[in-house]
Design a protein around this ligand. Structure first.
Ligand SMILES: Cc1cc2nc3c(=O)[nH]c(=O)nc-3n(C[C@H](O)[C@H](O)[C@H](O)COP(=O)(O)OP(=O)(O)OC[C@H]3O[C@@H](n4cnc5c(N)ncnc54)[C@H](O)[C@@H]3O)c2cc1C
Length: 571
């Protein structure tokens, strides 16, 4: 472990800069390093030239230091990799690629249905990531429906009851509409790694689920060669813990390999946008102004979030818009956090924020928005971030993942086996459409709210931003409606569109007071126009028919040639 207290001030500066350089660079290279070092104990240091990594010397030697794991409080044991292949079936019912949030939950449920599942994960030790730390109440309900609510237990998870927003000295506190749901229903926030480790453990307890460390390199066809479009997927080729390549055949392959998916481009036509970064800090022993609430600061240029992730720690995520972060090595990122962001943080949180910037670990993640048109070949499906992502501002990713997992399990349940690939494909053909009303609502809310919450030079946009804050501050139905969408408790597209335009009309109305002027009307028109310019393209990308009229939406189809070829193979 590297020392936390270098001897001199100069050494401290160099030490911090090096740490940040490495950590941030490590994040950019996460997907690359995962490909280069798939199943070894991959480390962010590995992605860097040795000379750049801070070196510490233990008393007896010169071993290079690994970065300190952020979660020092609780490291759950790695899920043992079931490496003995002698009892593997010739063909699994299902191979799942990636034991993250979606893959582990899906494997658990398939195990409950008695399917023989191979769950392949490139790294079975506890993840150390700044993603997926706040599960919305709607997501918790879906987790409960999957029989996995206990995965939030024993990890010092915190209940979350709502959000408080801060803007230029004003506050608006909005509680989740939890009435009518069970006592235990609320949001949950936690260390992501602890939660995922519990999900993996739950999957591993199922007698018919085999959890194995392995890095999936490619999908295979029924001749054992690399799968190509137009063929049926019959399994995967993976690199096992022994370093050798193995092929696992399966009736169904479910790809859940997350945001850096290596199969996204093969199995879908993706549309990806990278609007910003999240810069993550950990605040220790710093109570938030409202315990058990998320805190959103409508800062400039973009929002800052705080939420508890254990009884003694809070996460701060600072959004940084654009596709390039300020330089870390020159200290630009630290200066940005201290000079631009810190003054906008509520005074009670500022000292802890500054301490975390100066002495803590600064971690960054690129935020992605992905909509894709899945190809849905026979024998394969996609789940989770692999094919669909939204801005993480509203913490909706895991809710969508659990909703999709529930839906897919429901669609597969009536099938006695998956060995007829065409029948399985037909039974799941409406999956990518039936998921839309919920997923598109959460995606659209996240992406639209992010745009509204970012500061802008446009007066109309600033009016919209202020109107949004004031609208939520009104309380009653004005806050309950939007928060029921955000929480995943009532994710209806029509409610989303209604509230979005009600905010715009509310903003318009305010511009006509105390008496309408030509300038006020003009600004109001611009406000409504800018609201439409935000939400309509997002809904368009999601697919208007799929969002509002799922039964009329086209489903991914096999061409007749593909269908004939698959039927011939089946025969
Ligand atoms: C900065 C940020 C913050 C976020 N915060 C929240 C939040 O607060 N709340 C929320 O609900 N959502 C949040 N999200 C989104 C959330 O993290 C994701 O939606 C969720 O983790 C998706 O689950 P998944 O199973 O698809 O992917 P993951 O959970 O990422 O799992 C993918 C798994 O696949 C494995 N894998 C990858 N490639 C291979 C391979 N070739 N072979 C074998 N295994 C492989 C990986 O190791 C990983 O374990 C956030 C996202 C970001 C970027």
């Amino acid at each position: 472990m590297f020392s936390r207290r270098p001897a001199s001030r100069a050494a401290t500066t160099i030490h911090h800069q090096l740490c940040r350089r490495n950590l941030v660079a490590g994040v950019h290279r996460d997907s690359l390093s995962s490909r280069l070092f798939p199943s070894s104990r991959r480390s962010q240091w590995l992605a860097l030239p040795r000379s750049m990594a801070p070196q510490t010397r233990s008393a007896g030697g010169a071993a290079p230091a690994e970065p300190e794991r952020e979660d020092q409080g609780m490291v759950l044991p790695p899920v043992p990799s079931a490496d003995d292949r002698s009892t593997d079936p010739e063909v699994w019912d299902m191979v799942i690629v990636g034991a993250g949030v979606a893959g582990s939950a899906f494997a658990y449920q398939q195990g409950c249905s008695g399917r023989r599942v191979l769950l392949l994960e490139r790294e079975l030790s506890q993840p150390d990531r700044i993603v997926g730390e706040l599960l919305q109440p709607g997501g918790y309900l879906l987790l409960k429906r999957l029989g996995l609510a206990h995965c939030c237990d024993g990890i010092d998870a915190q209940k979350v009851h709502g959000y408080c927003m801060f803007k230029e000295g004003r506050e608006a506190k909005v509680a989740y509409p939890l009435e009518g749901h069970g006592e235990d229903v609320a949001g949950r926030s936690f260390h992501h790694g602890r939660f995922v480790q519990n999900l993996r453990q739950a999957a591993a307890t199922q007698p018919t689920v085999t959890v194995r460390q392995g890095y999936v390199r490619r999908l295979v066809n029924d001749e054992g060669g690399e799968w190509e479009e137009g063929q049926a997927v019959t399994g995967v080729c993976y690199k096992g813990s022994d370093g050798a390549d193995h092929v696992a055949h399966a009736h169904l392959t479910v790809v859940c390999d997350g945001m850096y998916s290596g199969f996204r481009k093969k199995l879908s036509v993706p549309d990806m946008h990278q609007p910003s970064f999240f810069i993550g800090l950990l605040l220790k022993d710093c109570p938030l102004p409202y315990s058990n609430y998320g805190h959103v600061i409508l800062g400039k240029p973009s929002p800052v979030l705080f939420y508890p992730i254990s009884s003694t720690e809070a996460r701060c995520l600072v959004d940084y818009p654009g596709e390039k972060l300020p330089s870390v090595s020159s200290g630009e990122l630290e200066r940005y956090l201290l000079d631009t962001v810190a003054p906008q943080i509520p005074s009670t949180l500022r000292p802890a924020f500054e301490l975390a910037v100066k002495h803590g670990r600064i971690r960054c993640m690129q935020n992605k928005q992905v909509t894709s048109q899945p190809l849905h070949p026979a024998g394969a499906l996609m789940l989770g971030d692999a094919f669909n992502m939204r801005h993480p501002l509203t913490g909706g990713g895991m809710t969508v993942a659990f909703s999709d997992t529930n839906l897919l399990c429901d669609m597969l349940r009536p099938l006695p086996t998956f060995d007829n690939k065409l029948a399985t494909r037909d039974a799941t053909s409406s999956f990518y459409v039936r998921r839309k009303p919920l997923s598109a609502t959460i995606n659209t809310l996240a992406n639209a709210l992010y745009k509204v919450f970012c500061a802008s030079d446009s007066r109309a946009h600033e009016e919209m931003r202020q109107a949004c804050f004031d609208y939520l501050a009104l309380g009653g139905m004005y806050s309950t409606g939007p928060v029921s969408l955000l929480s995943g408790l009532n994710p209806r597209p029509s409610v989303l569109v209604m509230h979005f335009f009600m905010v715009a009309l509310y903003g318009f109305g305010r511009l006509l007071r105390p008496r309408p002027t030509l300038r006020g009307v003009w600004l109001g028109v611009l406000l409504i126009y800018s609201a439409a310019c935000i939400i309509l393209p997002i809904i368009w990308k999601e697919g208007i028919r799929a969002v509002f009229f799922p039964s009329l939406a086209p489903q991914p189809r096999l061409t007749s040639a593909q269908r004939l070829a698959a039927a011939a193979k089946q025969a």
